[in-house]
Every structure is written in C-alpha cells, then in structure tokens.
Design a protein around this ligand. Structure first.
Ligand code: NAI
Length: 244
C-alpha cells in the first residue's frame, strides 16, 4: 500500500502528477490545494484511473494547515510514501517595482511551503525508513530571469533545500530530488504575452513548449523504486532550454 500527497494539485502540473502516480499503481493519492472543493476534478480523474483519491485543504503558506493535513493523512492511511511539493505562484515584476509583499508571498508559498511540508512528512518517513520527496523547481531557478527575482530566488532556494535535505535524510532511506521544468503549457504560463512566448520558444532547441505530462513522468520516476539510488538530484525537463 502506498500513499502520495501532491500539493497544489487542483489543476495543471499537480493534477498531471496525481494522474501519473495513479497510473503507476500508487494506491492512495491525497489531492490538496488552498480550497478542498477546487480538488474535485483531480479527485475524479484519479478515481477513474482506479486509485483511491481524497481532497484535502492545505495552504502551504501556513504551517498549521500543513501539520493538520499531514496528521489527518497519517491517521487515515498510516504512512506517507511520496510527497510532491508542487504548489507555486508567480508575482512577476521588475526588481525596482517589486513590492515586499510580492517577494514575501512568492517565497512563502514556493520555498517556505516546501520546507514546512518536507519537515512535516519527513518525521513519518524517517520512522518508516523510506520515502521520496520531489520538489518542483524551475529552469529559472537555475538560470535566473528578468522580471522574476522573487520566483527565481524561490526556485533556486528550492534546489538548495533539495540538496541539503537529501544529505540529512539519505542515511535513513528518505530520498529528496527536484524536477526543474522549462516552459510548460498551463494556466501559469497562459497569462504570458505572445511576444514573451515567442521569445521563450526561440531559446528552446526542441522548438516547442512542454506538456504537463512531461513533468509528471520525471516526477513519477523520482518517486518510484526505479530511482532507489537517486537523491539530491535535479532533473531538467525543458526541451534543451538550459543544459547546466
Ligand atoms: P498552476 O498555477 O496551474 O497550478 C499551481 C497550483 O498551486 C494551483 O492549483 C494553485 O491553487 C496552487 N497553490 C497556489 N498557492 C497555494 C498555496 N498557498 N497552498 C496550496 N496550493 C497553492 O501552475 P502549474 O504550471 O501547474 O505549476 C505547478 C508548479 O510547477 C509550480 O510550482 C510552478 O512554479 C512550477 N513550474 C511551472 C512551470 C510552467 O511553465 N508552467 C515551469 C516551471 C515550474
């Protein structure tokens, strides 16, 4: 019996990750987002694939919300085997115009949220001496991006968090890795202008944007026993946009 939690999985990449984990045989999938009712479509999609799915309200910006959610999952399923820190937001703007609130909200959700969730789940994973945590970073956390000082800092921080946690938890069977997507078609990127999209496209050797399933496939690999000896790594899923 295996149980996975995917934050921010009401839609987009998070939903695709839930579906892929279900297809790969993970039995229990906890779909969570800021509002439980937002999770219903993902829950239905997962159930249609034959897995058990539950919707849960977890706001990753709030430690109490994370702790309550994790305790409820342990009570219901007894363990958490896979945790995907996927919830993320953007508040783009040039450095000179970026407000303190724009900075704090992005760092709170994208980076502190992953820290708090990692802390909450790893307690149980360490006791079980197994677990896989996958953080959804970004290509811009590796290369920077004008207009995204807050977002790129949060994702660069997430890469560093991934490596430090992997070093701390590895000896007790808990693996921590990251996936760094490039430009993926989703609600987050729908809002960009055609001009920005065309500029991004010209920097991608494969000449196209990625699909949410491309990210989900990499996450599922890292979450699975096929990656049993992989920890502290960042897998880029970016069509060749950056080759570190
Ligand atoms: P999305 O905007 O479609 O989905 C993000 C989800 O996170 C939403 O369901 C939202 O409600 C949830 N969320 C926001 N704040 C939250 C909070 N405080 N607590 C819990 N959930 C919260 O975006 P998308 O594209 O699916 O992104 C998923 C992840 O992938 C994000 O971390 C994003 O930064 C990352 N990513 C996306 C890329 C893209 O091109 N779409 C590229 C690189 C990284």
């Amino acid at each position: 019996m295996s149980t996975a939690i995917v934050t921010g999985s009401a839609r987009g990449i998070g939903r695709a990750i839930c579906e892929k984990l279900a297809k790969d045989g993970v039995e229990n999938i906890v779909v969570c987002d800021v509002k439980a009712e937002w999770c219903e479509e993902t829950v239905e999609a997962v159930k249609a694939l034959g897995a058990n799915a539950v919707a849960m309200e977890i706001n990753v910006a709030e430690g109490a919300s994370i702790d309550a959610g994790v305790e409820a999952i342990i009570k219901q399923f007894g363990a958490i085997d896979i945790c995907v820190n996927n919830a993320g937001i953007t508040r783009d703007g040039l450095l000179m115009r970026m407000t303190e609130e724009d900075w704090d909200s992005v760092l709170d959700i994208n980076l502190k949220g992953a820290f708090l969730m990692t802390k909450a789940v790893s307690r149980h994973m360490l006791r079980a001496r197994k677990g896989s945590i996958v953080n959804i970073a970004s290509v811009v956390g590796l290369m920077g991006n004008a207009g995204q000082c807050n977002y790129s800092a949060s994702k660069g921080g997430l890469v560093a968090l991934t490596k430090s946690a992997a070093r701390e938890l590895g000896a007790r069977g808990v693996r921590v890795n990251a996936v760094a997507p490039g430009f993926i078609k989703s609600k987050m990127t729908d809002v960009l202008t055609e001009d920005v999209k065309n500029r991004m496209l010209s920097a991608i050797p494969m000449g196209k944007f990625g699909e949410v399933e491309d990210v989900a496939n990499a996450v599922a690999f890292l979450a699975s026993d096929a990656a049993a000896y992989v920890t502290g790594q960042v897998i880029s899923v970016n069509g060749g946009m950056l080759m570190p």
